[in-house]
Design a protein around this ligand. Structure first.
Ligand code: B3K
Ligand code: ZN
Length: 873
């Protein structure tokens, strides 16, 4: 496979003004008639150049140029390109292709999912439908006519507004859609199926009435209400927060079971993975409700940040993804608890993105090269991209940031642009110079801040020295210092914030300040400090960096209870727990620091504190995070050390946990408010800790909850606690009863799979293999693969990292098997193996061998090839 470089970007030679498509859908295939009005791009260099259209797995039937059929020697049908050497400056090209959606297991382009036709075109799926200049800077107006059997496919959808429909011979019918907004081909969508429609309306800020529709299979008709509410809240929020109004008369969402990712923002016709849109309290958990709200918002927000203003090329992917994740996380913060949302975002970033940024696939937020763009839908593009936009927001403040986003949307509406255009709009609107800040887009790797301080009692001054360094990453060494907003506060001995005055300033009474780091090292001198303070650094996680500062455990306990910054209260607790677990690692006899037990007791007893924050603070750092922080980690040792801490906490806090369990009973009806979510989370955490130590009293509570729960959060919480308990008979019975009750609901079955595959108790490799043989497992369905194989390799670290290497070989076999049928999913599954160099030798050898066995497979897809070769390099 060849590497594509950003530096080689050239404007397209040809532009497409209109794309007129006609789809004839049949059971044994689909005929696609495409009629394109094409003209030479006046800005292109090669004025005599041949026309080249991308294609992939297409059977070409005919080509017409301005109404005349071309002879075979007038064009060249290469497997991935249709070349017409001699074309006029403006012309109409008609191409007919035949494709086989029913055999499309890659789930790119047009394919079938539980009997319906649907599409996924981002990034390069449109070329699997017809020949086209399949790049985001070619924007066309699409008109789409769909023809199909009326009984089997009563609903026919595409982008825009329906403009015509009617009956055809042989029980067939058609609908024609027209999208008035020019768009790149990756935003094209088509759906045909026997779907039911849930309707609602939304009145926009300018008084237009929008028709909202969610299409699902009939069995899911009772699972759309939450997505519809989320959609209306998103539409209102985007008007209020960004001044963005919806622009078509209809907005549609379709749920499909077989989908490679979460959802897709096709213009006016969003297509969702069922698991990211369908929910009702009885069958979905709080986490699913929150995820659905966030994803519905994310895809909706793309209508402006992505569709109206799109990407010039795929190196600019974070232009739409980073900004849109930022917008959806602001939205979720506004809908729920901002501190909890910040903790969740930072946890994902620090656990998974930092790992990516320290591994062989590390790349900048704006990558400089790729082989397969599907491999770059990464945590770096999405989550670090979000943090980069958030830092601009922090540096500019909310008003100037809004001015900047207004300017960006106004200046670039209808265009395909770059991350640089985004930053320039922010600069022009604010008058700030972001030239050094742009390094965040260009340099990969997580900056490390090393902080030292000293206090001088005589002059009442406190000096803080902050040094930054950015580790080398593949292909990048000797990095320049970046522009980092560093928010901090200082706590006095009584726990209050000290007003922060830098030497030479007049006191303004501010207690949190955002210092701007631009050099390798800075020293800040604070005056009027009456006694040695405790620093609260990187408040609210103001930048995606690591911070090293030698807090003592007593200082961490102090910050846990006094820091006015909720995020840092939580972070202090995490740091304390990390230290305590580390201290036990490899020292089976060592005592668990009683300070951690007492800190947890205080939290459990603190009824006045924000319970949502308490629930987060009581969660111990995950194994994945502990591994990320460690150098050459020994997974087994980390697992057992963490287990011991859970056992010690559960034993010491038995009374408090039982009391917490009884107290945390959210009122009916079920609601997804931060209070109720926290309550259920605390209750289920108490249950799981107690069952972990085999507490008989808790067993009967768990069985009772399992049987009488009226919502899935409590039912799955009880099931998970039972599964991870030593009560073998009860565990088996609960798993069986759960499956019997829910086997007809695929989303619940996925939960059931992943609870077992992620469990250290039930997720040993032979048991995981048995799950793959289960009647409900399906190798063609990405959700099922993720819920078994993904959960095993991503969460069940003690079994995946079996020292004999059996877990690695299993994953490698799975990747080889999936490489032919669904390369995108195969490539995603490889991520855990790519980090082999990080681990202690007993692990890394086996991981490397497993990767090599994947590398040696014949006919490796481009997706897997890139990942495997880069990580073995
Ligand atoms: N834009 C899509 C992602 C498409 C991934 C293609 N491999 C979903 C999203 O970020 O909204
Ligand atoms: Zn997105």
């Amino acid at each position: 496979p060849k590497t594509i470089y950003l530096s080689e970007y050239r404007v397209p030679d040809f532009l497409v003004d209109h794309a007129d498509l006609r789809f004839e859908l049949f059971e044994d295939g689909a005929r696609v008639h495409s009629s394109l009005s094409i003209r030479r791009n006046p800005e292109a260099h090669g004025q005599g150049s041949p026309l080249e259209l991308n294609g992939d797995s297409l059977q070409l039937q005919s080509v017409h140029l301005d109404g005349r059929e071309l002879a075979k020697d007038e064009y060249e049908d290469r497997s991935d390109l249709l070349v017409v050497p001699s074309v006029p400056d403006a012309f109409e090209l008609r191409v007919v292709t035949w494709i086989e959606p029913q055999n499309n297991t890659r789930l790119e382009g047009l394919y079938k999912s539980s009997g319906m036709f649907c599409t996924q075109c981002e990034a390069e799926g449109f070329r699997c439908i017809t020949f086209f200049p399949d790049r985001p800077d070619v924007m066309a107006r699409f008109r789409t006519r769909i023809e199909a059997d009326k009984a089997a496919y009563p609903v026919l959808l595409s982008n825009g507004n329906p403009v015509d429909s009617g009956e055809l011979d042989n029980g067939r019918h058609f609908v024609t859609w027209e999208d008035p907004f020019p768009k790149p081909s990756y935003l094209f969508a088509l759906v045909a199926g026997a779907l039911v429609e849930k309707n609602d309306t939304f009145r926009t800020m300018s008084g237009r009435e929008i028709d909202l529709r969610i299409y699902v299979e009939p069995r899911n008709a009772d699972k759309t209400a939450h997505a519809m509410d989320s959609l209306k809240r998103s539409m209102r929020w985007d008007e209020e927060t960004y001044g963005r109004e919806y622009d078509l008369d209809i907005f549609m969402i379709v749920a499909v079971d077989d989908f490679n990712m979460g959802a897709m923002e096709n213009k006016g016709l969003n297509i969702f993975n069922s698991s990211c849109v369908l929910a009702r309290p009885e069958s979905e958990t709080d986490m699913a409700f929150q995820r659905i709200e966030a994803i519905v918002a994310h895809e909706y927000f793309h209508n402006w940040s992505g569709n109206r203003v799109t990407c010039r090329d795929w190196f600019q992917l974070s232009l739409k993804e980073g900004f849109t994740v930022f917008r959806d996380s602001q939205f979720s913060a506004d809908m729920g608890s901002p501190t909890v949302k910040r903790i969740e975002d930072a946890t994902l970033l620090r656990t998974a993105q930092f790992a990516e940024d320290a591994g062989p696939m590390a790349h900048p937020v704006r990558p400089a090269s790729y082989m397969e763009i599907s491999n770059f839908y990464t945590l770096t593009i999405y989550e670090k991209g979000n943090e980069v936009v958030r830092m601009i927001h922090t540096l500019l403040g909310p008003e100037l940031f809004r001015k900047g986003s207004d300017l960006y949307f106004e200046r670039h509406d209808g265009q395909a642009v770059t991350t640089d255009d985004f930053v320039r709009a922010m600069e022009d609107a604010s008058g700030r110079d972001l030239s050094q800040f742009r390094l965040w887009y260009e340099q990969a790797g997580t900056p490390v801040l090393t902080v030292e301080d000293d206090y001088d009692e005589a002059s009442q001054t406190y000096r803080l020295t902050v040094a930054q360094s950015i580790p080398d990453t593949p292909g990048q060494t000797g990095k320049k210092p970046q522009h980092i907003p560093f928010a901090l506060g200082l706590l006095a001995a009584n726990g209050t914030d000290i007003p922060l005055t830098l030497a030479g300033e007049h006191s303004a009474g501010v207690t949190t300040r955002v210092l701007e780091l631009t050099e390798k090292s800075h020293t800040f001198e604070f005056t009027g400090i009456a006694s040695r303070p405790v620093p609260s650094l990187l408040r609210n996680f103001s930048a995606p960096v690591r911070v090293n500062y030698p807090w003592t455990r007593d200082q961490l306990m102090f910050l846990m209870s006094h820091d006015s910054d909720g995020f840092n209260r939580w972070d202090a607790g995490q740091r304390l727990a990390v230290e305590v677990i580390r201290e036990l690692s490899g020292h089976a006899e060592a005592e668990v620091d009683p300070r951690l037990v007492e800190a947890s007791r205080t939290l459990l007893n603190d009824r006045d504190a924000d319970q949502a924050l308490v629930a987060k603070m009581l969660q111990l750092p995950t194994e994945a995070y502990l591994i990320e922080l460690a150098d050459k980690p020994d997974v087994q040792i980390i697992h057992h050390a963490r287990e011991r801490v859970v056992k010690v906490l559960a034993t010491a806090l038995r009374e408090e946990l039982l009391d917490c369990y009884r107290r945390q009973q959210p009122a009916e009806p079920y609601q997804v408010t931060p209070e109720d979510v926290a309550s259920r989370s605390l209750r289920n955490m108490a249950l799981s800790w107690l069952l972990h130590i085999g507490d008989e009293g808790a067993l009967s509570l768990a069985l009772g909850q399992f049987e009488s729960a009226t919502n899935m959060t409590d039912q799955a919480g009880a099931l998970r606690a039972l599964v991870n308990s030593p009560f073998e008979a009860e565990r088996g019975r609960a798993l069986e009863a759960f499956y019997q009750r829910w086997h007809q609901d695929p989303q619940v079955v996925e939960q059931w799979f992943s609870i077992q595959a992620a469990s250290p108790v039930t997720g040993d490799l032979p048991s995981v293999r048995r799950l793959l043989e289960h009647e409900a497992f399906d190798w063609k369905n990405p959700n099922k693969i993720r819920s078994v194989v993904g959960a095993f390799a991503g969460q069940n670290l003690v079994h995946f990292h079996d020292q004999e290497g059996s877990g690695y070989r299993f994953l490698a076999d799975t990747i080889r098997r999936l490489d032919d049928s669904n390369p995108q999913i195969a490539a995603r599954l490889a991520a855990p193996l790519t980090r082999w160099r990080k681990f202690a030798p007993v692990y890394s050898e086996g991981m490397r061998k497993a990767l090599e066995s994947v590398r040696d497979k014949d006919g490796l897809s481009r997706d897997v090839y890139e990942i495997v070769h880069k990580s073995l390099a």
